[in-house]
Write a protein of this length. Sequence first.
Length: 298
Amino acid sequence: MSDVFVAKAAEFADGDRRIVAHDGVEIGVFHWQGRYYAYQNLCIHQGGPACEGVIMHKVEDVLGPDRTWHGQRFSETEAHFVCPWHGYEYDIATGELEKATEGYKQWLQIYPRDTTVHGNLANEFMVAGKYQDAVEAERPQLAGDPSVVDFLNLAASYTGLNRFDEAQGAINDAFARQLDDPVMHENLYTLDFLRGDTTKLEHEIALSAGKPGWEDLLLSLHSNTAAFHGRINDARSLSRRAADAAHRADARFHPLDCRQRNPGELRQRPLVDAQQRPRRPHLERRDHAASPYTNKHK
């Protein structure tokens, strides 16, 4: 691999980062505590620009000998960079996705009725491709008062398992409870695409017309479908329409602005004084379930 110029060392301060391109691939380069780290600027969740989010110290749970929770603290040694799309955290020194799964399991041993953590655990399993585990993590939610996110997680997990009828059933159950969300229709579009049902694909596009935060998402998916079938001009036209729709809804993503389109706001805060009381970053529900069909604008 050839050398790629990033910046002059004197102009690259500790704690700073640069985004560079090489052979069509974006790379995030970090200068952190005297060392340099480089990773592809791509989140494994839904393709977001992982290296462009904030850098924050890891938040650690403090558990007593009897496994009771005594609060939280900021790690003095470990820091993460946070994808600004959905708040997925990566270890800045290794590039590894934060291993939150074990923490969620430990938390549920203490507080088994914590519905938020059940949902977050399901999401972590989906990111790891463990779709059946994600389904099992969501099951306790259905006996209580499930949210739209629970049904999104179920639908996406069943789709990942190629159990399309059950995915459709999860979506239908959500609709029966008067729960709806643009991402629910993203999942419906995904199912229609996998089944080859072009009539229903067009129906979802028509249904989204003029609806902020919904139309741009479905048009972007439709652009991907056109590209998949080799209709490149149609794909470009649909992609432009998706961008225009996002612009009208004031929903465009701005790099390095973690306030824009950010359901995981608590996971995306800047470095703070270690004496400040940390708030648990993993206990908010993510508003978007993973989908096997990317929703990234071209």
